[in-house]
Structure formats: C-alpha cells, structure tokens
Design a protein around this ligand. Structure first.
Ligand code: SAM
Ligand code: SF4
Length: 330
C-alpha cells in the first residue's frame, strides 16, 4: 500500500503528530499502581525492537506524516543500555525529543542524554516522604530521585516537569507540598489522575482525585490563572506571583480525547492508537519480514484509521486493557 506524504488523520479529523516510543517494558521500580511486586513477564530481548528498527518507524512518522514530537518512555527507559545512542539517532530527525523517567538514573545519565540531543524531561515522583515513596514504588530511592531532578536541572533541561499521580487517601495530602516543591525548585508539577491501567486491575473511581479539586486547593494558597492550552493534555496554570507553572492531567474526569494526537509504539513493536485500546497493529512483523517504508506507513495509517472517538472510562462498556501502563508506554 502506497501512502502519500501528509498528516495521519483519523475518521474524526484528528491529525496525529506525537509518537510515544516505549524502549523497554522493564523497570527498576515496582510502583503499586503500575506493576506487581514480582514484576511482569518481560518481553524476550530478541523481540524488543532494535534502535535501528525504532529509528525507522520514527523516520516514517516524521518524514511521511509530519510528526513533530517524539517521547521516549517505558517501562523505565533508562534501564535500556546505551539509550544515548538511540537519542542521538532520533535527534537527527529534528523534532521535539522528550523522555519520561522515574529519575533514578539521571545523576548518571542526564548529561549524556542532553549531549546526545534530548530536549525535555518529565520525571515521575508521587511522594516527597521517604517512607511513603518506598511503599509506593517498593524501592527506597527517594534521595536518588531528588538528586536526579537536580542532575536534570544541572544538565540544562528546562523546563523539567514532574509527573505526580494523585490518589485518594494515598498521597492527596501532599498536593500543597508538591506545589511548594515545584515553586522552590523551578520545576513544573503536573498532577495526573489515576487511570485504570494498573497491573492488579484494582482501580476504582473513588481513588481518582479530580484535577479540578487539586487546582482549587493550590489556588486557595498560591493564586493561579489559566494559561492558553494547545495540544498539551495538561491544563496549565501560572502562579500570579511569578512562581512558575503547575498543571493537571484530567484523563478520567475531563479527558482530552477530542484533541488527542498520539500514537504509541510498544517495546515489541506494536502500534496503539489509544492508551485504552484493545487492539494493536504489529509493526515488528513488517520490519522483520522485509516490508518497506510504504508497508510501515500503510500499517500506521490502518492503525490510526481504526481509532475510536474516545475512551469509555466510567461507562458500563469500558473494558480495561490487559496491558499495564508499563507495558504500553505511558
Ligand atoms: N518509568 C517511567 C516513569 O515512571 O516515569 C516511564 C513510564 S511510566 C508507565 C509513565 C507515566 O505513567 C508515569 O508518570 C507514571 O506515574 C504514569 N502511570 C503509570 N501507571 C499509571 C496509572 N495507572 N494511572 C496514571 N498514571 C500512571
Ligand atoms: Fe516503573 Fe514507571 Fe511503572 Fe513506576 S510508573 S513501575 S517507574 S514503569
């Protein structure tokens, strides 16, 4: 199938420009809302896409379809050996290149990744209290992650954004601590609503802290004003006193599906048109079966053509995907 260069548009008119690449499904943490304590059945190493295969898919997305941003994620992307080599390859595509990480390896890797061409970093951190952090991640690594945030800033990443999954009765009492932390450190904190992509399928709506409530709590102490929203899934606010920005990603209570421009590539080469989709398109068989760039473009086009209007969280028809966030690439 030959596809013409031009945007990758779905049947609802959404143009897709953002590629999320999971470079590994493995992780050195075991966040309770993402992975079981014993880990998961990891994808066999020979089934994980090589850097050359990832670069090929990314090149088709950029050169054929005009994608303008790529984000590396996982699992934990920094556990993939020689990640800077992949970053250097992708940097030649000339698009915005970002990564989401748990931050634990940044003291060792931030400078090298920056030098290789990584533009932006999101670091995940759900508690500023050592004991709670250890319970949530099943790793006693808070100090290492805080040092990783410093290392990212020292390496010149700006802005550094902090992802905080806020859960009722778990860490919702730390909203103001995170706001103060972000203001003091010059990092943009983004509170994410807990989504039904947990390993033990124990998610329930009562654990979701609505973004609106978080923003109101911060606004009462540090007054805020909204910032105009582009394709960013987060609602962003500015502190009136110049203390920087803070955001909320309301994937459950006010989803951004109508503006979604994302395509996801899993570590083993499946393309997904939605975090919550139950179907995937296999690109690895195209890559390893002698397919050319037209074949890859055709597979991507079919995948996006099948994209639904939006996820159905909260409705009786919603079915949680069998994969966890770590297996999809959040
Ligand atoms: N390991 C890296 C990290 O933690 O930043 C990258 C992968 S992780 C799957 C990407 C993001 O998804 C993290 O910010 C994490 O907190 C978030 N996440 C994982 N499971 C989630 C869930 N069930 N609901 C909401 N966010 C989740
Ligand atoms: Fe690992 Fe990130 Fe999942 Fe935590 S959220 S278990 S750090 S992949």
């Amino acid at each position: 199938m030959v596809t013409r260069p031009g945007p990758l548009v779905d049947t609802f008119g959404r143009e897709h420009r953002d590629l999320r690449i999971s470079v590994t499904d493995r992780c050195n943490f075991r966040c309770t809302y993402c992975m079981p304590e014993e880990g998961l059945a990891w994808v066999a190493r020979h089934d994980v896409l090589t850097f050359e295969e990832i670069e090929r898919v990314a090149r088709v997305c950029v050169e054929r379809f005009g994608f303008d941003s790529i984000r590396l994620t996982g699992g934990e992307p920094t556990v993939r050996a020689h990640l800077d080599v992949l970053v250097a390859k992708l940097a030649t595509l000339g698009v915005d290149l970002a990564m989401t990480t748990n931050g634990s390896a940044l003291r060792a890797q931030a400078r090298g990744l920056r030098e290789a061409g990584l533009d932006r970093l999101n670091i995940s951190l759900d508690s500023l209290r050592a004991e709670r952090f250890a319970a949530l991640t099943r790793r006693d690594e808070l100090a290492g992650v805080l040092d990783g945030i410093d290392a990212a800033l020292e390496a010149g990443f700006h802005p550094v954004k902090l992802n905080v999954v806020c859960m009722e009765g778990v860490n919702d009492d730390e909203v103001l601590d995170f706001a103060s932390f972000g203001r003091a450190r010059g990092v943009e904190v983004r509170f994410i609503e807990f989504m039904p992509l947990d390993a033990d399928h124990a998610w329930s709506a009562v654990q979701v802290v609505p973004g609106e409530r978080i923003v109101a709590a911060i606004d009462a102490v540090y007054p805020l004003r909204p910032v105009a929203r582009g394709s960013d899934p987060a609602e962003i606010f500015e502190y009136l006193d110049g203390g920087g920005r803070v955001g909320a990603i309301t994937s459950v209570t006010a989803p951004f599906c109508a503006r979604c421009d994302r395509v996801r590539l899993t570590a083993e080469g499946k393309v997904r048109n939605c975090l919550f989709s139950l179907d995937e398109t296999d690109l690895r068989s195209v890559l390893r079966g002698g397919g050319d760039d037209d074949d890859l473009a055709g597979a991507l086009t079919s995948c996006v053509a099948a994209k639904g209007r939006g996820h159905q969280i909260g409705s009786v028809t919603f079915v949680q995907p069998p994969r966890t966030m770590s297996q999809i690439g959040g």
